[in-house]
Design a protein around this ligand. Structure first.
Ligand code: F6P
Length: 545
């Protein structure tokens, strides 16, 4: 496998970077005002403006050539058709199959994947409807009002983010809560005010071997059994989502109440699998299917649109452009939607667990920089916290701004202006200020004292994407998530890494298991992995008394 940084395409981009790096977005816009309409892409309901990037048509041409050189076209087909592109785990990567329509055909490793997916979706829908209508009752015959999803990582972040995003569509009077952390405060705080007779637990774990999830699930089971009088209550209050029926049964959940998914769905790519059961119960199967259709619309766009007009391709390549040529380390995701408050956290797992790698898929070290550090907060809160650094700091932080034309519900501000318009005005103002800034001359012309002028200069030339969609709905949420899934794929392909394994999280889990006895045993600890940790173990034991 040739190293991508050794290719002619990479060299051309390096030269192009040298020529372009000193140019300001003011200049690029002055010379080419049409870029505002030309450098846009529509995919499904999503409109992307990427004109405020330190890039020209030539940049895009060279980046697309790099993508061709990296074999992106073939890799997309390999993923969609179920080849084992997760090489270190020898697995297909088929989250795109989770949203194929019922009449699609896809056979992988001898298995009719579409039939499997829809069989589970139908079971989920049936169960969700029974819970929503009150036909499914708890042990004492009462209907369910609260669903608690117990999971972590991909078995938590997706449904937690999506429930928050779509809570305006939760129409059956059923609220969801999410327990993930092994910190006892999480489970205890979540359950404190719940009525056990009306609470349903969805234990979500791909492996059903994750310490945090099993520990929280046992705590929840004890809580329930103590309050409802016996183990026989468990069957009506616990269901499971997993790939591992054996462990689900061992835990004591009837596998008739287990909703399956498959090893070809990565944890962080699983919110549209049975892992979304809690969300489906809240918003209903029809809305859930609308979300799947949204995912599918972007899958089709990714698979078929020419690279120059392909939203995930353009956004992924621009991510590589800043990471590898400008040396940017992070990427801010700034949703101007309170409902998307958990979207940056969701993207952190999706992107960083996928592309935080330093060896290529063939085991050779990567030479390029990989894995953007994703972070963010909903606007306008971020504006009053960290945007100062975005505007005037020394670092380059490319940012994705995400907004919607219509709110679910508006609230009047003043003078006939709705709060939603204020929100969007802020978003647009920020991208403009980041791109064009304010010069010393402009600031001096306002009468600012000379000594203060440098402090007020806004350098601009800070690149942003703006994604605008009509409204936050199940469909547009599905589209947004699929967009970022495929951005990850594009970047991972350029870097030549396996974006679908996560070996880096394993060591810490093993060591935590080994350390637990050192913290808890009556005897002084015999072993610790290193001198510093041994000291901290001693200190902790002393503090615990
Ligand atoms: O943190 C590692 C990880 O394996 C994630 O990839 C996964 O989403 C999470 O743990 C939870 O795993 P499981 O669904 O098997 O409990």
């Amino acid at each position: 496998m040739a190293d991508i940084t050794e290719t002619a395409e990479w060299r051309e981009l390096t030269e192009h970077y040298t020529a372009l790096a000193g140019r300001h977005l003011r200049e690029l816009f002055a010379q080419d005002p049409d870029r505002a309409t030309r450098m846009t892409v529509t995919a499904g309901d999503l409109h992307l403006d990427y004109s405020k990037h330190r890039a020209t048509d030539e940049t895009i041409r060279l980046l697309v050539a790099l993508a061709e050189r990296a074999g992106l076209r073939e890799r997309i087909e390999a993923m969609f058709s179920g080849e084992h592109i997760n090489v270190s785990e020898d697995r297909a990567v088929l989250h795109t199959a989770l949203r194929l329509p019922r009449d699609a055909r896809l056979t992988v490793d001898g298995q009719d994947v579409v039939a499997d997916v829809h069989a589970v979706l139908d079971r989920m829908a049936d169960f969700a409807e029974r819970v929503r209508s009150g036909k499914w009752t708890g042990h004492t015959g009462k209907s369910i009002t609260h669903v608690v999803n117990i999971g972590i990582g991909g078995s938590d972040l997706g449904p937690a983010m999506a429930y928050e995003a779509l809570r305006d569509f939760a129409d059956a009077g059923i609220a969801c809560r999410f327990v993930s952390n092994v910190d006892p405060a999480d489970v205890a705080g979540t359950l404190a005010d719940l009525d056990p007779e009306r609470t349903l637990f969805v234990v979500s774990s791909k492996t059903f071997g994750t310490l945090e999830t099993l520990t929280n699930a046992r705590a929840a089971r004890r809580w329930l059994v103590e309050r409802l009088g016996g183990e026989e209550a468990v069957a009506r209050h616990f269901v499971a989502v997993s790939t591992n029926a054996e462990r689900v049964a061992e835990f004591g959940i009837d596998t008739a109440n287990m909703f399956e998914f498959w090893d070809w769905v990565g944890g962080r790519y699983s919110m549209d699998s049975a892992i979304g059961l809690s969300l489906m119960i809240a918003i209903g199967p029809d809305r859930f299917r609308e979300m799947l259709a949204g995912f599918h619309a972007i899958d089709e766009h990714f698979r078929t649109a020419p690279f120059e007009a392909n939203m995930p391709v353009i956004m992924g390549l621009l991510g590589v452009w800043y990471t590898d040529f400008f040396g940017a380390q992070t990427r801010a995701v700034l949703p101007y939607s309170q409902r998307l408050a958990r979207f940056p956290a969701y993207l952190q797992q999706l992107t960083m667990e996928s592309n935080g790698k330093s060896v290529r898929a063939d085991g050779a070290p990567v030479v390029a920089q990989t894995g953007e550090i994703f972070w963010g907060e909903p606007g306008t809160n971020g504006q009053h916290a960290f945007y100062q650094l975005l505007h005037q700091g020394t670092r380059l932080v490319p940012a994705d701004f995400i907004g919607f034309a219509e709110p679910h519900e508006d609230v009047p501000a003043e003078d006939g202006v709705g709060m939603h318009d204020l929100l969007v005005a802020n978003m647009l103002a920020q991208t403009s200020a980041l791109a064009f800034g304010r010069t010393a001359e402009e600031i001096a012309a306002e009468g600012t004292p000379a000594a203060i002028v440098p402090h007020k200069v806004m350098p601009g030339n800070r690149p942003t994407n703006t994604i605008l969609a009509p409204r936050l709905t199940p469909s547009t949420l599905g589209q947004l998530v699929a967009l970022y899934e495929h951005i990850v794929f594009v970047e991972g392909t350029i870097w030549g890494i396996d974006s679908f394994d996560q070996w880096g999280v394993e060591l810490g889990k093993v060591m935590a298991n080994e350390l637990t006895p050192a913290l808890t045993s009556a005897e002084p600890p015999q072993t610790a992995p290193d001198a510093s940790t041994a000291e901290l173990v001693r200190l902790y034991r002393r503090m615990r008394g």
